[in-house]
Design a protein around this ligand. Structure first.
Ligand code: AHR
Length: 326
């Protein structure tokens, strides 16, 4: 038996991870501090949505503006990829590690490894269930509040309903903070009106393709749907295609509410195909770079920084679209 084979495979796999991690904007491939610049290792969830694309752009542009050497890696929505990338950033001795965790659980071991290596970690966008002492700061939205905003709109829209209102929910990635919290916020609000009934709730993994596929199946099984709540614009847009293919009018025959307010979602809202959107801002880059600089300067940073957000009606979307950055 060739006892060397596993080690060979292991080093080849590690070389691949290191190469992938050095491919971001401005990546020098060396450890932090060689050129006097701060080195930030960032592990992104993936490129599943318009929101994620805007978030990636924001982080890359802000790092460049701030003069921070960014090592960027796309995990393709897989936690194991993120863990491998974070381990490679620890090996490379970057100054700070930031990541947007795909799911909430399973981070203790790698966060403890970063802490043992004295590399500060910043969470962006999504939360983890690890002990907060394992990371320095968490920058991102209040997802429960976003779900509540959708719930408030729903309560008001159907306040005079005397018959059951059939609601479908397209959930985000299973086990992710936004999917868990948006569902919680929404369902806690609509619970006060017994006419509001969630008749189907399934994951569309935050993608347009899955949103369409899941909605197509739900439409076949449920002839009467009054409202769709999609946990992001992309799944809502996929569902719009499914609704149109089923011969129904999105925004009219089936009302649609979503979260994000990215360009395509706002356009669909202005066009009357979506009825209401709660904003989730992807523009986290500048704040993240400020946090990284403060950490390196030994200055205190807030443990939790909540992104400022709003909501949009159809009229407000038409007004906001011309100046929208993403
Ligand atoms: O974590 C933020 C969510 O992730 C956004 O709402 C969604 O579009 C993205 O994929």
């Amino acid at each position: 038996m060739n006892r060397k084979l596993p080690a060979v495979l292991l080093s080849a796999a590690m070389a691949f991870v290191l190469a992938a991690c050095g491919s971001g904007s401005g990546g020098s491939g060396g450890s932090g501090g060689d050129d006097g610049k701060i080195t930030l290792g960032f592990s992104q969830v993936g490129s599943e949505s318009g929101w994620r694309e805007a978030n990636t752009k924001s982080i890359k542009e802000s790092a460049q503006t701030a003069g921070i050497d960014l090592k960027f890696s796309d995990a393709q929505q897989k936690q194991e990829n993120q863990i491998a990338t974070i381990r490679s950033y620890i090996q490379q001795k970057v100054d700070v590690i930031a990541f947007s965790p795909v799911v909430v659980t399973g981070w203790d071991a790698v966060l403890k490894e970063a802490q043992a290596a004295k590399i500060p970690v910043v969470l962006t966008d999504r939360a983890v269930d690890s002990d907060p002492s394992l990371y320095v700061s968490f920058l991102g939205s209040d997802f429960v509040k976003e779900g509540e905003a959708i719930g408030d709109w729903t309560l008001n829209e159907y306040k005079d309903a005397t018959a059951p209102v059939n609601i479908v929910q397209l959930e985000g990635t299973v086990g992710s903070a936004p999917a868990i919290d948006r569902k919680k916020g929404f369902e806690s609000k609509i619970a006060s009106n017994p006419n509001l009934k969630v008749i189907a709730s399934q994951s569309g993994d935050f993608t347009r393709a899955d949103g369409k596929e899941v909605m197509t199946a739900i439409l076949k099984a449920n002839p009467k749907i009054d409202l769709l709540f999609a946990h992001n614009d992309d799944m809502g847009i996929g569902a719009i295609q499914a609704i149109e293919e089923a011969g129904k009018k999105p925004g009219v025959d089936i009302k649609i509410v979503t979260i994000d307010a990215v360009h395509d979602g706002m356009q669909a809202l202005a066009d009357g195909k979506i009825n209401f959107i709660a904003e989730c801002s992807p523009l986290l880059g500048d704040q993240l770079m400020d946090i990284v600089k403060k950490i390196k300067a030994g200055q205190p940073v807030e443990k939790r920084i909540i992104t400022e957000e709003t909501t949009f009606t159809q009229q407000q979307a038409s007004e906001a679209l011309p100046n929208r950055k993403y």
